[in-house]
Ligand binder design. Structure first.
Ligand code: MG
Length: 388
């Protein structure tokens, strides 16, 4: 039986992961929830605790942690407060697998804590690899900790690589992108889009940060960097194609020009379950794919002149060092400012590009260096916006 620490249990990935756990309950492959971790949504966390009976619950917001402790006095539940608590949840002795679906750079520390404790990591926090790729992959190799992708594209590639004779057999990876709500639009048309429009994703239901990232295609840029680290390939062997239907989740092209793809309905519970049950294939709560109903599967080249964020990420990965950490930090700040109505949609890409340019070339060889580059990029964006 697998024992799980679920970090980010009240978010979009977290709630869908618990749906997967529910689906496997009572089967031979059932998953026991050992620890849940959330930021501050203790109303939902309390319901999850009462349903899944974990031994501990981590809450980042310390006031919320105290409140949860009061509300759960009747339960035998340890409360782990603060980011320290989330790291404790990641290294929880009884857990074998950690699903990290914390949003943003904050997920890096718990990922390192889980690796250090020798856990298997189901990784849904892409920022972990974008900002700290060399640290994380280096530590995982040293500890022999497996990192299993949860992101739908990376899960697709991981699935297409099962049975591959090795990296030398792979010519390139092809990541698919839905193109988001603004596919086919010109820069002029995007000048005045609102946060509400950017939050309307055609195919996937996700949290606000990743939905805006999907509209700017920053999300795909982050995923190129994530793929480069996960599969140990340079960014120039990772292509991006727009695929409007979100049925083909990504592909691997082999040296013999044979291309393998993974298909399915756009439902995150499929990649989440694959990571949690790996290498098993079990019945899923997600729907079946009806190819006839899907009808046409269309593919297009992305327009890098409109979706600047994607181009900047590819460039940042080629530059290496702290450039990807700067791109990620700048984007987190810029998206926050966009959602607050303080900057325009196109300014997100302009600010990310400028912050990456301002980042000096230096290696991402320590957590301190990565966190400093992240903070500098955020400060750069804030200062640039403050100047108007
Ligand atoms: Mg994705």
């Amino acid at each position: 039986m697998k024992r799980l620490s679920l970090l980010g249990s009240t978010g979009s990935i977290g709630t869908q992961a618990l749906d997967v756990v529910r689906g496997l309950a009572g089967t031979r492959e059932q998953i026991t929830v050992e620890v849940l971790a959330a930021r501050s949504n203790i109303d939902l966390l309390e319901r999850q605790v009462r349903e899944f009976h974990p031994r501990a619950a981590a809450v980042v917001d310390e006031n919320a942690a105290r409140e949860l402790a009061l509300r759960t006095r009747d339960l035998d539940l340890a409360i782990l407060p603060g980011m320290e608590g989330v790291c404790e949840a990641a290294a929880w002795p009884e857990s074998g697998i950690v699903l990290n679906s914390v949003v943003g750079m904050e997920g890096l520390r718990p990922t390192l804590a889980a690796i250090d404790a020798g856990k298997t990591i189901a990784l849904a926090n892409k920022e972990t690899l974008v900002a700290g790729g060399s640290l994380v992959m280096g530590a995982a190799r040293a500890k022999g900790a497996a990192i299993l992708p949860v992101d739908s594209e990376h899960s697709a590639i991981f699935q297409c690589l099962q049975g591959s004779p090795g990296k030398a057999a792979v010519k390139k990876l092809i990541l698919t992108a839905s193109g988001g709500p603004f596919f086919g639009k010109t820069k002029e048309e995007l000048a005045h889009v609102t946060a509400a429009e950017a939050l309307r994703h055609p195919n996937w239901s996700m949290g606000p940060k990743v939905t805006v990232d999907s509209a700017t295609m920053m999300n795909k840029g982050l995923e190129v960097i994530e793929a480069a680290w996960l599969f140990d390939l340079p960014a120039d062997r990772i292509d991006v194609v727009i695929h409007r239907e979100s049925i083909v989740h990504s592909l691997v092209e082999y040296q013999d020009n044979s291309v393998l793809a993974q298909l399915g309905v756009p439902d995150m519970r499929i990649p989440i379950q694959y990571a949690l049950a790996y290498p098993e294939r079990l019945p899923s709560p997600a729907g079946e794919l009806d190819l006839v109903k899907a009808g046409n599967l269309r593919f297009f080249a992305p327009d890098l002149s409109v979706f600047q964020c994607l181009a900047v990420c590819m460039e940042a990965q080629k530059r290496g060092g702290l450039a990807p950490a700067a791109a990620n930090g700048a984007d987190e700040k810029a998206v926050e400012l966009f959602l607050a109505g303080k900057i325009s949609f196109l300014e997100i890409g302009e600010l990310v590009a400028a912050a990456v340019e301002a980042q000096p070339d230096s290696p991402a060889d320590s957590l301190e260096a990565v966190l400093a580059a992240d903070a500098a990029a955020r400060a750069f964006v804030e200062a640039a916006v403050g100047r108007g």
